[in-house]
Write a protein that binds this ligand. Structure first.
Ligand code: AMP
Length: 482
């Protein structure tokens, strides 16, 4: 057990996770519903999936590496009886994540069984774990989520709910949680509401999910978002109670959910993700118009913004890049070589369209720069006369410590270079990013409130809304074009 880096896995790399969570209670076929819900959240994590169900006296669990449809077939779902179930999809960029980290995590506590599914990242987990290990806790996984279980287990409060609240008071960072106990389900969002969580109804059943798309897909009706800092409890009769143990701090939901992470058919805190992305394209066209013949999205992530850019600029929208649907998110590949190869397999130029044209490429973000560099090269190889790149988010200059996977800061292109140098690196004739205020306008705000931003935009601004006890950022030296 490595006390200095308690969350490092066997390969020495840190686990950074992206996840989707789902829970249902008072349903006949709870595990089947959970599988359907998780299937629609697959974009939030493609590496592993787990479902735990409760059949009145016992908890049943199945977890595996792979996609929902691969891990959960008829046989596996039949072995998960009961009227309550919760599940989790996740990926980490490291190769070393084994089954022991696949959620929901489960423990038998003095108060009974306790299953937990977590989306987000706890930014003082290492510190808490060191203390817990020193006091005798024995950890089974390298996941930050397990810290919550140990804090609940060692709390002095008598009831599970009080123990749970006690545990969460010690935790900093981002968490949306769906927990199951013998008594029912508890869903909660961290005090700033960094990660999303919504509630819906399917007949007599109550449903919780990371995104509204999961409610649509199972035929549930959207009830409301779980409020930042709210804890919602549902018992086996369907009685709902709401608690607000953390006061009412100003919320800071993650703005990157709108930029990239959520599915465009979801509605996040009252805003259609698709409409926001399209509006970012409109703002981008207002701020950084390119003199070009056609607008081309980098599929799929650049699509809605490219539609907005084309409509605002009057430049025709065309599918100049065709995407293979049999390659997943390229970002997921651990090594640079694998990522490079995957970008090539995933995207191909529509040569007949591109040849001889001045094109504007639209993508949602530049992280390491691998995708943009390859795509620009592909457009030039296909005979494009000029390639202008427009990005539907501000430069990603800072790492995320709240559950959106970004590499360490030294690997972020925008942390190392200014825009001109980045343009040179990706070999574009010009490069521009939407401004942070442009992004805020697109989500429906007049502008970013500098004193207290309406969102967590730390990946762009470096302003982290919580303490980062376990992490410190080292700024790499910036390269200029000259
Ligand atoms: P890169 O090639 O490293 O610059 O990655 C940029 C591409 O990855 C963009 O086209 C995005 O669509 C996608 N992307 C950005 N952030 C993430 C993330 N956190 N997880 C997965 N994919 C991402």
């Amino acid at each position: 057990m490595n006390i200095t880096h308690p969350f490092r896995d066997a390969d020495g790399d840190k686990l950074r996770e992206e996840c989707g969570i789902f829970g249902v209670i008072c349903a006949k076929d709870a595990a089947n519903i959970a599988a359907a819900g998780l299937h629609s959240l697959q974009h939030r994590g493609q590496e592993a999936v787990g479902i735990t169900s409760f059949s009145g006296s016992e908890f049943h669990s199945h977890r595996g590496l792979g996609h929902v449809a691969q891990v959960f077939r008829h046989k596996e779902l039949e072995a998960l009886p009961g009227t309550m179930a919760s599940g989790h999809v996740r990926y980490s960029t490291t190769g070393g994540s084994g089954l022991r980290n696949v959620q929901p995590l489960f423990a038998d506590l003095v108060t009974g069984g306790f299953a937990i599914a977590h989306n987000g990242n706890i930014s003082n987990a290492m510190t808490l774990k060191r203390d817990l290990v020193a006091k005798g806790s024995i950890f089974q996984s390298t996941s930050d989520t397990e810290v919550i279980i140990h804090l609940v287990a060692t709390s002095r409060y008598p009831t599970l709910l009080d123990r749970f609240i006690d545990a969460l008071r010690m935790v900093e960072g981002a968490y949306s949680l769906i927990c199951m106990t013998n008594q029912g389900m508890i869903a909660c969002r961290d005090p700033l509401g960094i990660r999303p969580l919504v509630m819906g109804r399917l007949g007599d059943a109550i449903v919780f999910a990371s995104e509204t798309v999961a409610l649509d897909v199972i035929g549930a009706e959207f009830t409301r978002s779980i409020e930042p800092g709210e804890l919602v409890q549902v018992d086996h009769k369907g009685t709902i109670s709401s608690h607000r143990p953390f006061g009412n701090p100003d919320p800071r939901p993650c703005i990157f959910e709108h930029v990239y992470f959520s599915r465009p058919d979801s509605v996040m805190d009252g805003r259609s993700v698709y409409q926001v992305r399209k509006q970012i394209g409109v703002e981008l066209a207002k701020e950084a118009l390119a003199d070009a013949d056609i607008v081309i999205p980098v599929p799929d992530s650049g699509l809605p913004a490219a539609i907005g850019y084309a409509q605002e600029s009057g430049i025709p929208f065309e599918l100049g890049i065709i995407r293979s649907h049999y390659v997943g998110r390229t970002f997921i590949q651990p090594g640079d070589a694998a990522r490079n190869a995957d970008v090539k397999r995933k995207h191909n130029a529509n040569r007949a369209l591109v040849e001889g044209k001045r094109i504007v490429l639209i993508d949602d973000s530049i992280v390491r720069g691998t995708t943009s560099k390859k795509i620009v090269e592909m457009m030039r190889d296909a005979g494009a006369a000029e390639v202008h790149m427009r990005i539907a988010s501000p430069p990603t200059e800072h790492s995320c410590f709240y559950g959106v996977d970004t590499p360490e800061r030294s690997k972020l292109l925008a942390a190392r270079m200014d825009t001109e140098a980045m343009a040179e690196f990706i070999q574009a004739d010009s490069l521009a990013f939407v401004s942070i205020d442009g992004l805020y306008r697109a989500v429906g705000e007049e502008k970013r409130n500098k004193k207290c931003p309406q969102f967590c935009d730390a990946c762009f601004s470096g302003e982290y809304p919580t303490k980062l006890t376990d992490f410190s950022e080292r700024a790499p030296t910036k390269l200029n074009a000259a």
